[in-house]
Write a protein that binds this ligand. Structure first.
Ligand code: MN
Length: 500
């Protein structure tokens, strides 16, 4: 995708008080630590060691360099020794990239037989990092704080997660979303303030008429569409009947042109996410099904019915989760399985569920689409892999944004669904449907979400912190009374935070 050249800078804070010998040791340890992070192969981007900074001017300089370096997606800051924090004010005032405060120490255990004051003065992150922490809090700076010895697996995992959030944030700054047509008429939650979204998240949203897209689709040659069919037949299960059926083949060719036409339109325009709406399909052969599913699998974000907020979030979370187990899809809470023993949600959409979440090789079938627009549409059928997942919903509260997360457990469906012509995911929300759905509704969560098994709650929280946007997490600890209080406190906090 887009993160091959991205890097996180490692900056160690100190001061001149200790003299050159200690500073040499500090620099050597910092280099070794940064190298160790790279060698762990646990982080998704390269860690680049920058010098130990020892003065206000050096701190200011490295912060300015980070701001203007297009490959730098964030900074890890660590005070190996004491670094009087007034020296950090000018730099932190200007720093525009996300930063993480790593509260660690070069050596894990103390050398009891050898420890002396020299050792104590060299390894004093225990109080150096507290002085630095104060100025971050005093300046009301959002940042991640990770605590523990830097070689511990859980510390590396937190660094990994934060780097992924920073990848998502960097993506969000340059993301362009294309809207083919407008929002579904009368729907509230898919609306929103695109200017406010660009200010908060960086991404741009642009609308195009369907004639522009139709031109791009019609420009796809029969030869290219035919070649695309071979790819379909290789990648998916397909029945002999469908393979022999001329009408199915004609629909598949039209779908291939939709896929290639939409992709060309997006690539030519620099778009990495898109929306469409079944109410605006003029000039197209139908509502794209397989085409949209495949574009999502290639990494494009998607939101149905004009839902540009979810489209952007699908793309951002695909970037955050890249290279990890588990996929990421546009999703909708569709219908419930409420029985004496379980409460479950069957998630799906009219057509557009990404095969990156499939438990096994999807089946390619052509079925009649009956909602909103009537046409025969090729689509992929599968159910989602069981295991932990999250549903994420970015919503516009009118004066600000909120990102909701519900942790869920995906499960295998108890039975076959021979008459269901769409892909689906079955899950049990945490802590249970009764609490989760009440919490979701109180918080104003949408019916559209981003479903992912690759991205964690903590990554989404880190991303929202980078944006300065509220996160509401619904998990095993949620209870409705405290959630309602949290929503009220947050309403006051985010209102005050915005100023006049
Ligand atoms: Mn929908």
């Amino acid at each position: 995708m887009t993160t091959a050249n991205k890097e996180v800078w490692f900056v160690t804070g100190s001061q001149h008080l200790y003299g050159p010998k200690v500073l040499e040791e500090v620099a050597g340890n910092s280099q070794a630590l940064a190298a160790g992070l790279n060698e762990s192969q646990k982080l998704p981007v390269k860690v680049v060691y920058k010098d130990t900074v020892k003065s206000s001017a050096e701190i200011h300089q490295v912060c300015q360099q980070a701001n203007s370096d297009k490959n730098c997606i964030g900074l890890i800051l660590w005070m190996h020794t004491f670094s009087p924090a007034k020296m950090w004010i000018a730099g932190l005032n200007e720093l525009r990239k996300p930063w993480l405060h790593l509260h660690t120490q070069f050596n894990a255990g103390l050398p009891w037989g050898d420890i002396n004051m020299n050792y104590m003065n060299t390894h004093q992150a225990a109080h150096g990092d507290r002085e630095f922490g104060f100025i971050g809090t005093r300046m009301r700076k959002e940042r991640k704080v990770v605590v523990g010895h830097w070689q511990r697996p859980e510390v590396l995992e937190q660094l990994n997660g934060w780097c992924r959030a920073a990848m998502g944030w960097a993506e969000s700054q340059s993301l362009k979303v294309v809207r083919f047509g407008d929002n579904m008429r009368n729907v509230a939650v898919t609306e929103g303030d695109k200017v406010a979204a660009q200010i908060a998240f960086g991404y741009e949203v642009h609308a195009y008429g369907l004639n522009d897209l139709a031109d791009s689709v019609n420009d796809i040659s029969d030869a290219d569409a035919n070649a695309q069919l071979d790819t379909y037949f290789q990648e998916y299960e397909i029945s002999e009947d469908t393979l022999k059926d001329d009408y199915a083949r004609e629909r598949l060719l039209k779908e291939a042109k939709l896929e290639l036409g939409m992709q060309k339109f997006m690539d030519d325009g620099g778009f990495s996410a898109f929306t469409n709406c079944f109410e605006n399909l003029a000039g197209l052969s139908g509502l794209p099904g397989l085409a949209t599913q495949r574009l999502m699998a290639k990494g494009y974000g998607y939101g149905a019915e004009g839902d540009w907020k979810t489209a952007a979030m699908v793309r951002i979370m695909k970037v955050m989760g890249q290279g990890r187990e588990g996929g990421c899809s546009f999703m909708e809470d569709y219908t419930y399985n409420m029985t004496d023993t379980v409460d479950q949600v069957l998630g799906a959409h009219m057509l557009e569920v990404c095969p990156s979440i499939a438990a096994k090789k999807p089946r390619l079938e052509v079925h009649h689409h009956t909602i909103g627009v009537k046409c025969d549409v090729p689509r992929l059928l599968f159910s989602a892999k069981p295991g932990p997942a999250i549903n994420v919903s970015p919503i516009d509260m009118g004066n600000r944004f909120r990102i909701l997360v519900n942790e869920v457990d995906a499960v295998n469906p108890p039975d076959n669904t021979p008459n269901l012509p769409v892909a689906s995911a079955l899950w049990e929300p945490k802590p249970n449907l009764k609490t989760a759905a009440a919490a979701w509704i109180h918080a104003g969560g949408a019916h559209h979400t981003v479903y992912s098994q690759a991205v964690t709650t903590e990554m989404v929280e880190d991303f929202a912190d980078m944006a300065g946007v509220e996160t509401v997490v619904i998990d095993d600890d949620t209870n409705i009374r405290s959630l309602k209080s949290e929503l009220r406190y947050n309403a006051a906090y985010y209102h005050l935070k915005q100023g006049v």
